[in-house]
Design a protein around this ligand. Structure first.
Ligand code: DAT
Ligand code: MG
Length: 166
């Protein structure tokens, strides 16, 4: 392992990835750092990030499963209305962990302790997106990232976060 470059063999416990989007309301409300901080404190590993203005076509693809629902057009308009931070986070079980940390879809229903439950009360805006399955995560990551844009490196505290002997 090359300490300086951080390159090293991939830890099998860090093999799952999810797409997280800090949505327009979260950026505009200056809460991006709060959300990233929570993911960092949990011990998840950031492996990709871009600050972008999502255009209509990728927005439609991101929400393709909701096409035809009454809120679909508003959803596309909202996510493409202002800049967002799209990120890839990695850890074993990261998809479920991030979903739990996000909480229920809208802040008005989400439990305290969750991102949506602590930081919002809207019935329309909900601060963050997180992939809901491995299949969705792969599709969503591909929408926003080339494979070469995912950064391969080792966190120095991986063994402390995940335990060496399990
Ligand atoms: P989640 O973001 O919790 O995964 P989802 O995938 O069911 O929720 O829906 C995607 C987004 O669509 C969600 O973040 C907000 C919006 N949405 C969902 N249900 C809605 C509804 N009944 N009315 C308005 N917007 C809705
Ligand atoms: Mg969803």
């Amino acid at each position: 392992m090359n300490i300086e470059s951080g390159q090293g063999p991939r830890n099998p416990r860090m093999s799952e990835r999810t797409l997280v989007i800090i949505k327009p309301d979260c950026i505009q409300r200056h809460l991006a750092g709060e959300v990233i901080g929570r993911l960092e404190q949990k011990g998840l590993k950031l492996v990709g990030a871009k600050f972008i203005h999502v255009s209509e076509e990728p927005a439609r693809q991101l929400y393709a499963v909701h096409r035809g629902k009454p809120f679909f057009e508003d959803l596309v308009k909202f996510i493409s209305s202002a800049p967002v931070l799209v990120m890839v986070w990695e850890a074993e079980g990261v998809i479920d962990m991030v979903r739990k940390m996000m909480g229920a879809t809208f802040g008005c229903d989400a439990e305290p302790g969750t991102i949506r439950g602590d930081l919002g009360c809207s019935k329309g805006y909900n601060l963050v997106h997180g992939s809901d399955s491995a299949e969705t995560a792969a599709r969503e990551i591909n929408l926003f990232f080339q494979p070469s844009e995912i950064v391969d490196y080792k966190l120095t505290d991986e063994d402390w976060l995940y335990g060496k002997n399990d």
